[in-house]
Design a protein around this ligand. Structure first.
Ligand SMILES: *[C@@H]1O[C@H](CO)[C@@H](O)[C@H](O)[C@H]1NC(C)=O
Ligand SMILES: *[C@@H]1O[C@H](CO)[C@@H](O)[C@H](O)[C@H]1NC(C)=O
Ligand SMILES: *[C@@H]1O[C@H](CO)[C@@H](O)[C@H](O)[C@H]1NC(C)=O
Ligand SMILES: *[C@@H]1O[C@H](CO)[C@@H](O)[C@H](O)[C@H]1NC(C)=O
Ligand SMILES: *[C@@H]1O[C@H](CO)[C@@H](O)[C@H](O)[C@H]1NC(C)=O
Length: 234
């Protein structure tokens, strides 16, 4: 099956301005449903299994978890293997935001939203069915290759450091930081906070990290820019 993605050589860059507030997000035992979404466990020999043994992680269902022993309830998903699971849609991967390796191959997924991977700053190895494109476009990855039925997206590029690609301007007193494939955020430099980082002062942690403040995004601006690029074969 050859999908028409070769015509789609527009790199979509989602500009995300996240001003000063970042949601503290920690995985608790109740949230690991993603690990048991699919039957079985991470199979021996797969990318996630290899990465997991190399990282001394623990396999739990389809996840590889890293346990921070001195922090209560702090298991982080560092690898997620949802391959061969008859998935036709993937709508929420948020629990795996800290993953380095994610495998969604061998699934009849027709479409993946780029925003699924927003905030996935560690993601360095994403394996997809061949019909899907890498989130953020080829330009967001160091290496993109298609092998048989599988699409490999390897090494996330630092969007804040791409000369000639797009000049990213963050407001004064803030710095561009990568925020997942194709995403960046403008983070206030120390002591500045608020809209456009104009106010100076201590961050009001108690007020902001209230019960509903999982992720307090005040302003987000999405700009869709397209840029024609020649396919670079790797
Ligand atoms: C992205 O890279 C893959 C693999 O090299 C290629 O097949 C595809 O056409 C490229 N897509 C774009 C939009 O350049
Ligand atoms: C996984 O495979 C390797 C070699 O392919 C083997 O040495 C190892 O024992 C296997 N582990 C399990 C749990 O099956
Ligand atoms: C996919 O899963 C089925 C069972 O659900 C199994 O028979 C098949 O071998 C698996 N395919 C691969 C490539 O692992
Ligand atoms: C999971 O296993 C159950 C029982 O073994 C089976 O009925 C179901 O189809 C399996 N689901 C997938 C996605 O393979
Ligand atoms: C930006 O990219 C250049 C070359 O591509 C590299 O030498 C430099 O270390 C990078 N800077 C950061 C902050 O990643």
């Amino acid at each position: 099956m050859t999908a028409g993605h070769s015509q789609q050589n527009a790199a979509v860059v989602l500009l995300f301005i996240h001003l000063c507030f970042s949601g503290g997000y920690q995985l608790t035992e109740l949230q690991v449903g993603l690990c048991h979404l699919c039957n079985g466990t991470v199979q021996n020999g797969t990318a996630v299994s290899q990465f997991c043994s190399a990282s001394a992680g623990l396999i739990d269902g389809r996840c590889c978890l890293l346990r921070k022993e001195n922090i209560r309830d702090a298991d982080y998903i560092i690898g997620l293997d949802l391959s061969n699971c008859s998935l036709s849609r993937v709508e929420d991967l948020q629990d795996a935001f800290s993953a380095t390796t994610i495998d969604l191959s061998l699934n009849p997924i027709v479409n993946l939203d780029d925003s699924l991977f927003e905030g996935f700053i560690q993601l360095a190895n994403l394996i997809l069915p061949a019909n899907l494109v890498c989130p953020g476009g080829n330009a967001s990855w160091d290496k993109v290759k298609v092998k048989g039925e599988t699409h490999f997206c390897e090494g996330q590029k630092d969007i804040c450091n791409q000369t000639g690609y797009l000049s990213l301007n963050c407001p004064e007193n803030s710095l561009c930081v990568p925020y997942g494939p194709g995403f960046f955020q403008c983070s206030c430099v120390d002591a500045f906070r608020g809209y456009k980082c104009l106010r100076e002062g201590e961050f009001p942690i108690i007020q902001v990290f209230g019960p509903l403040a999982g992720s307090t995004v005040l302003v987000s601006i999405l700009l869709w820019l397209t840029q024609r690029r020649k396919a670079i074969s790797v």
